[in-house]
Design a protein around this ligand. Structure first.
Ligand code: SF4
Length: 454
């Protein structure tokens, strides 16, 4: 593979201009996107799917689809519902599902995550049950798996954090989004900065190996100055990791496109991203993707554990709970997706009432082309990059033969090959949501376009 230009300069220039004109197209946190999922013609027995899964260790995920209220930008599968009896019935169902799935967990778990939604909205005894299910039923060994839990400022308290600490949680992740009260209010998070600071101080006193904080740029009313203020406020708590999200609005989000601080000729999100990258680099944070920055010393963040290896391609992921996705190498599956109150309520009610969870009836079958695209996307959208030899070993072909358009990354200077790894720098990673979108296959794009969100 040489780096001699293949595309002519005009074509490269036009392609880069397309990226710059619309950098925020779609957030591909996993490929294919869940809007490409469809009912399977015939339900697939999970025993068969998991028997042939080649991953050497698995990832256990539990989804808790409840929040106090829906944030203005959120299109995740979650229901604003604080009722304890509803939560308990849901955890009962999750336990029943785990009892059926335990037999499919034929590999040790290298990672365990509880996400949502807001898992710490659950009462302490229900939160404890999740760990009991993971360890007692699914066979998780907390001494060899990294464990991550999502939380929110208003649900963090000492009782819940004590449970997380006792259960060997390594990483606690908290969504803050902004330290400015009016900015938080504008995204329907009635969140006082003092409440956020209380939560952060409490979290600090428990000294988890890794604290992750989430912030959003492009909020209504946000300026470059207030954005950097929020970033500095977050950095004062010395998080090992920080995720910076550009604000998106989508179908069924409360916020609408005009609410993003992007009106006018210049999309402010790009300058906010660039300024944050600078600031974080000065403060010793390394960029791992468009959104993820971490301190080097936080990279291996489980000092008391000998962790099992887990492939970065995120296969072998068992997702328990309604709204969780599961990934085997060639089949991704989940419960149905919805965002509106009516849809999430009815999908959760079906889950709680279900007698069996031993087949997959909704998802996506990845043929060879889609598996290749997934592998490429997972590589190039992260700083680890795409290892070309590993690609060749896995697929028996060359990445640049299968996807010749990848040459545009090289010809444009957004990507480089170093030691056999195709890797993008800050500018290229900043275009992740356009480059990811550009690499979506036609069949997947058609399904995404045709998807009707209930
Ligand atoms: S962004 Fe997080 S806290 Fe807000 S509604 Fe969505 S899942 Fe809940």
């Amino acid at each position: 593979m040489t780096e001699t230009a293949v595309y002519d300069a005009e074509r490269v220039q036009a392609w880069k201009q397309e990226l710059a004109a619309a950098p925020y197209r779609s957030y591909l946190y996993s490929y294919p996107h869940k809007t490409a999922y469809r009912p399977f013609d015939t339900p697939k027995p999970l025993a068969d799917l998991w028997r042939r899964e080649p991953a050497e260790s698995f990832f256990l995920y539990m989804h808790i689809p409840f929040c106090g209220a829906r944030c203005g930008f959120c299109n995740l599968f979650t229901l604003p519902d604080k009722r304890e009896d509803v939560h308990k019935r849901y955890v009962d169902a999750l336990e029943r599902q785990a009892r059926e799935w335990a037999g499919f967990a034929s590999r040790p778990f290298a990672r365990f995550a509880i996400g949502g939604g807001t898992p710490t909205l659950l009462r302490a005894d229900q939160l404890t049950r999740l760990f009991e299910i993971a360890e007692g039923i699914m066979g998780l060994n907390p001494a060899e798996a990294s464990i991550s839990v999502e939380t929110s400022p208003e649900t963090v308290d000492a009782e819940r954090l004590r449970i997380l600490k006792q259960r060997g949680v390594d990483r606690v992740s908290m969504g803050i989004q902004s330290f400015i009260e009016t900015e938080a209010a504008a995204i329907y998070r009635p969140q006082k900065p003092d409440e956020v600071r209380r939560a952060l101080e409490l979290l600090g006193s428990f000294d988890f190996p890794l604290l992750n904080l989430d912030l959003i740029y492009g909020l209504p009313g946000q300026t470059l100055e207030t954005w950097l203020y929020s970033l500095e406020q977050a950095l004062a708590y010395e998080p090992g990791e920080i995720f910076l999200y550009p604000l998106y609005t989508r179908e069924h989000t409360i916020l609408k496109p005009g609410d993003v601080q992007a009106a006018g000729p210049e999309d402010l999100r790009w300058s906010m991203y660039a300024a944050a990258c600078e600031r974080l680099a000065e403060r010793g944070y390394e960029q791992f993707s468009m959104r993820r920055f971490a301190r080097r010393d936080a990279a291996g963040y489980s000092p008391d554990k000998t962790l099992l290896a887990y492939g970065c391609q995120e296969e072998g992921m068992m997702g328990l709970g309604c709204g969780a996705r599961s990934y085997t190498r060639d089949v991704h599956y989940a419960s149905r997706y919805g965002v509106s109150r009516k849809a999430t309520e009815s999908i959760i009610a079906d889950y709680v009432a279900a007698e069996r969870h031993d087949t997959a009836d909704y998802g996506f079958v990845l043929n060879a082309d889609e598996q290749r695209r997934r592998f490429v996307l997972k590589g190039i959208l992260h700083s680890e990059g795409l290892n070309l030899a590993e690609y060749g070993q896995r697929f028996g072909s060359e990445a640049f033969d299968d996807l010749p358009e990848l040459r545009l990354l090289l010809d444009s200077g957004l990507g480089r090959i170093e030691n056999g790894v195709l890797r993008m720098g800050r500018e290229g990673l900043g275009y992740s949501d356009a480059i990811g979108d550009w690499l979506i296959s036609e069949p997947v794009r058609r399904r995404m376009t045709e998807f009707v969100l209930p």
